[in-house]
Structures are given as C-alpha cells and as structure tokens.
Design a protein around this ligand. Structure first.
Ligand SMILES: [Zn+2]
Length: 303
C-alpha cells in the first residue's frame, strides 16, 4: 500500500469533535473536483474518502449524495439536486456565486479546526510521497483563487509552502521533512507521523554509514595505490642496481616494503629496526621513490 493511501486511511477513520467534523467537511467539499451552484462533485481512488464525502454532504445538506463507481476504479460522488447544493452553501455561509473565492473562516470555529480543515483539503486533493524515497507533500488546488487563500492559511501553522503549476493546475507543495511532519501532525495522522519519523531516522543513519564507508573505502584505495607505487619503485631499483645501491637506512625500509606488500605505509613502522616517526618514514619512502625516478630518467637519457 502506498504511504499516501496509509495516511488517507488513517485520516478517514478518525473520530472528531463536531466543530472539527464541520471544518473537515468544508475542506473536503471546497477542495474537491467541483464546488459551485451548478456542480458539487468529487472523484477519488480512495473509497474511504468517497464515503466521508457522502457523510459531509449529508451533514451539510440533510440529503444523501449520489455515489458511483467509474469503470477505471474511481469513486465519483455528486450532489445532483440544485436546491441541495444551495443548502450546502447556505449552511457554510458562502455566496451562491463563486463560493471558492473566499475561505469562510467562520467554519473553523476553534483552534483545533484548522488542522481538521487541512485534513479535508488533503483528502480531497493532497498526496504525500513515501518518506523512504523522497520528502514531498502536495495539494493540487482545483481553483487559482482558492490557491492564494489556502497559502495564507499556512501562516496559522508557521509554514511556508512553495507553489508551481502543473497541467494548468496550481500545486502547493512542501519538500522539507520537518514541514511534512508538522502537516501530518496538524491533520491528526499520528500513526503515519510516527512512521514518517522512523523512516527519516533510518534514512539519516544509512546516509551517515554510507558517508563513513565511502570515506574509509577511499582511504583504503589510496593506501593500496601508494603501496603499489612504492613496490614498483623498489622493484625497479632492485632490477637496475640492486637494493645494495640504496643507503643503509633506505635499504631496510625497501626490503620491509617488499616483504609486506599488503600493509599500509604507516603499518611498516614497527617492523623497522630503528624507531622512526610517521613523517620520518614517509620522508624515507619518498626518497626511495625519488631514487627510482632518477634512475628511470637517467636510463631514458642514455637510450
Ligand atoms: Zn475543532
């Protein structure tokens, strides 16, 4: 099941106070496909949302709505009777003309009702991406005028959504995981909120582990590469001049390196007869490589 569906399942099964039921019903109707005197309707994939919409219509108009299944597996709910539609506007204190122009805040009676209104809007036109994949929550707003009103409402929650247009529809969206957590919490989706936080924690830990592994892999690769280069230089000296051509201090180090190809440079330290610092060791190893380099240059010039 998609994460968005889980969230909607949870939101449609909530028990709420009467004030919040009104606010949620208002959000659900206002943000659905059509909301005017000539048409009030919803088209949804989610049967729980369809049945909540029917409850909202019954609450606001006193009559049942018409619910049909489309061949594509969607639920379509319509308020067929004009008088029934007018009843809904009257009940919500909205003008019969352009009822979407202004959000009537009188329907959000108490502080708790803002979250309930948001819940209705999300059920009608929202979706959220699985947090293990990406952080994204959006509302596809069915009317441009409504979009501006809706964005202002987020001031109540100290949230600043981003907006874009997609296929002629205004989209209000959030990409910040903390904003999405806030919205889930305000809507009352406590189970899916916890799931979201859990997924985020796992993702953060995984990223940290990956960063650490990448860092360690890079270090290991570097150590193998430099051990290989040192060995090549020493073998070259051995072939051209013999290791005896090296000064005594360097000769021992060269032999230890040849005998221990798998060790990092620093790991050769305890194998040496005299005690050296790490930088002293690196300095000697550099000298060996320079010695090989000079031999190479000389032999190229002679040829
Ligand atoms: Zn309330």
């Amino acid at each position: 099941m998609s994460f968005a569906k889980e969230v909607k399942n949870e939101l449609t099964q909530m028990q709420t106070e009467d004030c919040c039921t009104l606010a949620c019903s208002y959000g659900l109707l206002l943000f659905s496909r059509a909301f005017s005197v000539s048409e009030i309707s919803l088209l949804t994939e989610h049967s729980g949302v369809a049945s909540l919409y029917c409850d909202a219509v019954a609450l606001l108009s006193g009559y049942v709505a018409d619910l049909q299944e489309t061949p594509g597996g969607y639920s379509q709910v319509s308020v067929r009777d004009r008088q029934q539609r007018i009843n809904i506007f009257e009940k919500l204190g909205l003008p019969v003309q352009s009822p979407r122009k202004q959000i009537n805040l009188a329907n959000l009676q108490n502080e708790c009702c803002f979250g309930a209104f948001l819940r209705g809007a999300f059920l009608a036109c929202g979706t959220v991406t699985d947090p293990t994949k990406d952080y994204h929550l959006e509302f596809s707003i069915p009317s441009a005028g409504l979009c501006e009103q809706f964005i202002k409402l987020f001031d109540e929650f100290d949230l600043s959504p981003r907006t874009t247009r997609r296929n002629g529809v205004s989209v209000v969206y959030f990409k910040n995981s903390t904003d999405i957590e806030d919205i889930l919490a305000h809507m009352g989706a406590s189970d899916t909120y916890m799931e979201f936080i859990g997924a985020k924690v796992i993702k953060d830990i995984r990223n940290q582990v990956n960063r650490k592994c990448n860092f360690e892999n890079a270090n290991a690769k570097r150590a193998v590469a430099s051990a290989g280069a040192q060995r090549d230089a020493i073998l070259y000296i051995q072939e051209k001049r013999g290791l005896d051509s090296l000064p005594k201090q360097l000769r021992e180090l060269a032999q230890v390196r040849l005998d221990n190809p798998e060790l990092s440079t620093a790991a050769l330290l305890p194998l040496l007869s005299e005690s050296l610092t790490k930088s002293g060791l690196h300095h000697r190893m550099k000298k060996i490589e320079q010695f090989a380099e000079e031999l190479k240059n000389r032999s190229e010039n002679e040829n």
